[in-house]
Design a binder for this molecule. Sequence first.
Ligand code: F6R
Length: 667
Amino acid sequence: MCGIVGYIGTKDSSTDFVLAGLKALEYRGYDSAGLVTIDNGRLKYLRDVGRVANLEKLVKRNGHPAVATRDNGLSGEGNFSESSGQSRTSGTAAGAAQQKIDLSAKSTGGVASSAGQQASAANVSCGIGHTRWATHGSVTEFNAHPHANSSRSIFVVCNGIIENYQDLKADLIKKGYKFKSETDTEVIPHLIDHYLKTGDGFFAAFKTAIADLRGAYAIAAVYTEEPEKIYAARLSSPIVIGVGNGEHFLASDPSALIHKTKKVIFLNDFEVAEISANKAHIESLDKTRKEITQVVELDYDHEESELGTFPHFMLKEIHEAPMTIKSAIRGRVKPDIKTIKLGGLESVKQQLTLIDRIIITACGTSYYAGLIGEYLIEEIAGIPVEVQLASEFKYRKEPLSRGTAVIAISQSGETADTVAAIKKVEDYGILKLGIVNAVGSTLTRITDAGVYCHAGPEQSVATTKAFLAQVTILTEIALHLSDGKSKLFTPLLKELTNLPDKAQKVVELAPAIEILAKKYAHYRDFLFIGRNYLYPCALEGALKLKEISYIHAEGCSAGEMKHGPLAMIDENFPTFALACDSSLLDKTMSNIEEIKARKGPIIATATVGNKKIKSIADDVIYLPKTAEQLQPILSVIAMQLFAYYIAVEKGLDVDRPRNLAKSVTVE
Ligand code: F6R
């Protein structure tokens, strides 16, 4: 949540880099954006509500040449070896400020990275920017970042939450500081301003201010008296420094800078950085830590994500389902030699033979994938599994034996709750595994081993293809843990390889599902039901519909209907029933009959050939026959398409649903 970018160097325009970086990070938040740059002694401070495009227009109106755009994307390695709320002032100069400043500050600092030739302050371009997902304070220009001290010499952007901001603010107000926003971030420039008065220089003041903060944050700052430097700090929110030749970059994730450099420094918790064009000096505020983060080389390439002929990224990403499954099984699933090979788990092979309990932890869609994983691992590998919401697990006080392994599932690899869940078990000496899509993200670095999803970048805030990859990989892990002993081992290996073609058949149902969506788009409530493997899948279907169409939707086990939810059913409350062939199909059919008897409209997914369901359901989406364990993968594609077309029919912003952001890096 919230994206941060920064630039310091002689090669590029900080405005260009910051704007392009903010676009790449817009998935992290998109309610307002802002930047501050210092070029040739000229300070530019611009903020606006809405998308980065609005900020871009503001920049152009304020005399900046056209700005090149680019899209987000990345594909490489972690431990997985393979105040007052004023409304915005509108108009050309909304939030704009330009002033001429003195360029006389001197460069200092030790070296973690050293890059290129010397640069003098006069030819250095410096800037930081921010795209916001509001936490404290409504969406107004005054709450948009960067925030400044009263004399506008210190500018700060922050991703995260400063939990003790009210105490700090009260102290600062007593000292005479005046606040303009409702945000927690605004305490930081004032706090630095206060500590600057001790006369020990900006970096000392920055470090003292950071040490006062409680919460989770990634912070970047600039100081007009030292325009040849930018400053950064991290605690539990990601921030990465890109090392160039005569320039350094800063971003919330590498996707915003990998087109410039593959040499990066991932800041660790409690680390602070003083960055000039040629040096990135890093210190840890945690005195117990001896090692300072080093430069690492990312070994993957920038993947452009273009819309092409698709109207939305969500539709494009749903259409990538067959390729997503292929990428998740490539080199891993080998039915001809009856082998499953998960290179990312090789380093913990021995430990895997000793586990007797698994806890899967995740949030949102990844949590629902985890619930399917529970059914898969228990049935195929015979190991007891518990799935816990990361936001609950991280605070639970439960006994964890040495034979327990924790698996974190995350598309972004940065979700604050999931990262905290893994950090909680760091000192227990138990095995920590990850199923992660974003390469090099925090989770890939704090787990012992794991399996990459290889789903490629997702631009749509509502995740689609990552879920398919997660469930495919959970099937692979279950098969791997069964060590070939499960009777399902050979049939599932084979069926996994058939799955991309079957997924393609479901994708081709898009026009028919669009017609259905038009028919059902006016309803205000929806129920999704399923049994066994299709129960967690129903939960995901409901989540997908509510997050992009804003229709109230609930997922329910078909068997639970009689225990309460059936009371809601009438002709205005449709049900989406997942009714593919299985040993429990007759029971699901009875549940559907019970809904029908109460006049509830029914759409059902069923296996090709099921004629009986046509006489009960109002509409049927026929899916290819597959193993019961793999039905969630095909069923979810149909539900994703259904949710997508309903949101389109309602004229909603499908890729950027209200109130949401893709990478949830706050609690
Ligand atoms: C729903 C969605 C969210 C995420 C959740 C976890 O479409 O995108 O529910 O699944 O925020 O995110 P990751 O998987 O990045 O940890």
